[in-house]
Structure formats: structure tokens, C-alpha cells
Design a binder for this molecule. Structure first.
Ligand SMILES: NC(=O)c1ccc[n+]([C@@H]2O[C@H](COP(=O)([O-])OP(=O)(O)OC[C@H]3O[C@@H](n4cnc5c(N)ncnc54)[C@H](OP(=O)(O)O)[C@@H]3O)[C@@H](O)[C@H]2O)c1
Length: 227
């Protein structure tokens, strides 16, 4: 058993839940800490679940050495209800977490961003994703890994009609999405989660971006090795 500690934000979401299962089963980690406004609905001897606002993290984590931070936080414009509320979660909370992580002495930060993230985009969602990438990428981590998945698929607790329609459309045209279009194919959230753990295990220094087709290949590789 290794002695690494992972901090996971967004553990109650689609990708975060899959990631939590993988981290708890991974022998490199002796401790997995989740942080969020709700606790995940599972228990495990390696798991410590912190419940609260992100600005209370420095107090909650005092004295704990964190190695790898996994960020699966995010909302949708519809759920957030307004652009400022969306920005608060997808930009401010993510940046706060990344900044606190530097103070905790974490060496790696792994962030789920989005396909097409671009701080100059005319799409608000894509622009905020690009802005948060720019804000975190030069923080003082040994490894900064930014994943840009396409549409995430998997079993959600909630119904997202828009995403389901988009998923069906993309699935129809998916066989035609080859070459440069491959990175826009829908991707399973559990594969994204697996890719994050695989990337963290590599412990490569530097700033890296991963497009959806690369994430798919990396995540499937991890699954083949662990199944
Ligand atoms: N959906 C897609 O197709 C897609 C595509 C590309 C990229 N992404 C990005 O990938 C990431 C993960 O997506 P996902 O679909 O797995 O996420 P998700 O299922 O929507 O889960 C999001 C997580 O963020 C937490 N969160 C949301 N609002 C919060 C708030 N106000 N305060 C505290 N925590 C909050 C949620 O906590 P609660 O459970 O308490 O709500 C949950 O743990 C997100 O950044 C998303 O933008 C998504």
C-alpha cells in the first residue's frame, strides 16, 4: 500500500463518483479526502469526507499533507440559475481550491475542464472554462494536468434533457467522427476518471492538456491494466 493522499472535489457528481471508487480501490493512496457541500453516499476505511464551504478548507485540512488534488467540480448554467452563479462554481471555487492546494503542499492538480475551452470564446461556458484553465495553469504545482473531455456520459441521478438529446445526436454521427473530429465524440465519465488516476500515477512534472480522444485512450489503458 502506498502512502499518498488524494483530495477530491466534486465527489458527488457523475465523474467524481466514478473517480472516488477508483481512488479507494487504488493501492497508491492510503487516504482519500473528499470536500464538498455534501458527503458522498458511501463509506470506506480510507475515506474522510469533509462537508462545508470551500473557504473553510484551510481550517479543515490544517496539518494534513495532500499529494494529489482532483477537481471534478462544476455546474451548468441551468442549475446555477445565472451567469454569476455559474462563474462562482466553475471559476472561483476551482481557482480557490487550486490556490489552497499550493498552500497544502500538494504536488499535482488534475482538473476537468471541457472540450474547446477557450478564454476568448463567444460561448460563456467555453470562455469560463478557458479562463479557469489560464488562472490555474501557472500555479506552483509540480504537475498541472488539465483534461478537456467532450460530452460526458454515464448514469446520472438527475435528468439533463439537453445533454441526452445531444448525446443521441453525437452517437448517431460518432462513427463518422474520425481524425480531428474524434475529440468531440461523447466519452464515458468513468473513463475520464480512470484517465485522471493514470495520469497522476505518472507523476510527470509540467503543465499538460489532454483532449477527449487522448483521455479516452489513457482511461481505457488504465482499465485494461487494472481489470
Ligand atoms: N456534462 C458534460 O457533458 C461535461 C462535458 C465536458 C466537461 N464537463 C465538466 O466536467 C466536470 C465534471 O462534470 P460532471 O458532469 O461529472 O459534474 P456533475 O455531475 O454536475 O457534478 C458536479 C460536482 O460539483 C459540485 N457542485 C456543483 N455546484 C456546487 C456548488 N455550488 N457548491 C459546491 N459544489 C458544487 C456537485 O456537488 P452536489 O452534488 O452537491 O451538487 C458535484 O459534486 C465539470 O467541471 C463539467 O463542467 C462536463
Amino acid at each position: 500500500m502506498g502512502d499518498r493522499t488524494a483530495l477530491l472535489a466534486g465527489a458527488t457528481g457523475l465523474t467524481g463518483k466514478n473517480l472516488l471508487d477508483i481512488l479507494l480501490a487504488n493501492d497508491s493512496y492510503s487516504r482519500v479526502i473528499t470536500a464538498g457541500r455534501r458527503k458522498p453516499d458511501r463509506e470506506h476505511p480510507k475515506l474522510s469526507a469533509l462537508e462545508g464551504q470551500f473557504n473553510s478548507l484551510p481550517d479543515l485540512l490544517k496539518g494534513i499533507q495532500i499529494d494529489d488534488i482532483y477537481c471534478c467540480l462544476g455546474t451548468t448554467l441551468k442549475k446555477a440559475g445565472s451567469r454569476p452563479a455559474f462563474y462562482k462554481v466553475d471559476f472561483e471555487y476551482v481557482l480557490n481550491l487550486a490556490e489552497y492546494g499550493v498552500d497544502f503542499g500538494a504536488s499535482q492538480f488534475l482538473l476537468i475542464s471541457s472540450a474547446g475551452a477557450n478564454a476568448q470564446s463567444s460561448s460563456f461556458y467555453i470562455r469560463v472554462k478557458g479562463q479557469v484553465e489560464n488562472a490555474v495553469k501557472n500555479l506552483n504545482y509540480r504537475g498541472m494536468h488539465i483534461l478537456r473531455p467532450s460530452l460526458l456520459v454515464g448514469q446520472r441521478d438527475e435528468i439533463r434533457t439537453g445533454e441526452r438529446v445531444f448525446e443521441r445526436l453525437l452517437n448517431l454521427v460518432s462513427p463518422l467522427m474520425i481524425g480531428p473530429l474524434e475529440k468531440y465524440r461523447p466519452i464515458e465519465a468513468r473513463i475520464v476518471a480512470a484517465a485522471m488516476v493514470y495520469i497522476a500515477a505518472g507523476d510527470i512534472p509540467g503543465v499538460y492538456f489532454y483532449e477527449s480522444d487522448e483521455i479516452n485512450a489513457i482511461g481505457r489503458n488504465y482499465q485494461d491494466r487494472t481489470s
